[in-house]
Design a protein around this ligand. Sequence first.
Ligand SMILES: Nc1ncnc2c1ncn2[C@@H]1O[C@H](COP(=O)(O)OP(=O)(O)OP(=O)(O)O)[C@@H](O)[C@H]1O
Ligand SMILES: [Mg+2]
Length: 355
Amino acid sequence: MAGIRLENVQKRFGSVTVIGGMDLSIHDGEFFTFVGPSGCGKSTILNMLAGLESVSGGAIYFDDVAVTDLSPRERDVAMVFQSYALYPHMTVYDNMAFPLRMRKNERSRIESEVTRAASMLGLAELLERKPRELSGGQRQRVALGRALVRSPKVFLMDEPLSNLDARLRLETRGELKRLHKQLGTTTVYVTHDQAEALSLSDRIAVLDRGDIRQVGTPREVYSDPANTFVAGFMGSPSMNFVPAVVKRKEPLTVECNGLVLSPAVKRVPEEDGVLVGVRPEDISVSKRVNDEGITVSVLLVEPAGPFHWVDVAWGPAVLRGMAEAQEDLAPGDRARMAFRSDQTLLFEAASGLRV
Ligand SMILES: Nc1ncnc2c1ncn2[C@@H]1O[C@H](COP(=O)(O)OP(=O)(O)OP(=O)(O)O)[C@@H](O)[C@H]1O
Ligand SMILES: [Mg+2]
């Protein structure tokens, strides 16, 4: 096992800078996830950690040993990719044994390692099958097994679940979490799926065009986001942002669509233009007439099973909130919207920084 340190790691493809200079420590034994939209540089970072891609500047350390110039093999990492890339003519057993044979391990060791990994992954009954005789989920488990048999220092996983259908993805996600608990091997995971990142990780780095916008535990990046990018990216549906103006600094008071709010802040905003952020799950929309809430008009109703997501127009702003399923809301209805002031976050409009 190993901790990983990136020191001012840069990556350029020709004249295009993909990673400008990244500093980061990943702890020994941690499940660490890079999450961000397509093209933000997740795979590039993972490939540099693996040694599949050279760095354009800076250094990478595994346990204080510089590995920047080492080959993938010398780094002792095992990588799992989105496409499982199994050898189609080999059995499950041979696919899993392959990395050990490449390293000239003894036959008895290979057998015990493959058996161990296969039983961990529920593949013991399938060892004689060929990949084409397996479901997608089983194939992905073989790919995981092939990484497991090596007992590497570090697991590197690039969207390993994205080829699976929704149900299998959830199941395999649970499997991955259990395996990590059991083995405790440092794992660096890449995904564009914020829910996957939140559910699997000890810590998460949220990436935006090659920059880390925040590093933290799932709770920190979700409940205590550092900026509008992180607040908007983590959580689905996305956080609502409504423009507002600072009216008073002590105590802080803002006016938002005619409504006066006193959100809790850590510092006074440096600008008068701010954004009030509220998560859709913190907004309730209802037809019931009461004194609470703000009058809105319903634009869209999206049933989600136990409840509905509802888009409403509040003056010039459009917000998404939740309504109970038995509320018979339809587009065009007038309704009341309520959220608690202490469930709002405040951001500077120009910088996007949380205050
Ligand atoms: N070999 C290359 N040559 C030039 N540009 C590249 C190369 N590889 C990647 N890039 C660019 O670097 C950026 C980051 O790519 P990368 O594959 O790391 O993104 P990603 O976050 O993994 O995206 P995705 O979620 O779509 O897999 C992209 O803009 C991509 O076009
Ligand atoms: Mg990628």
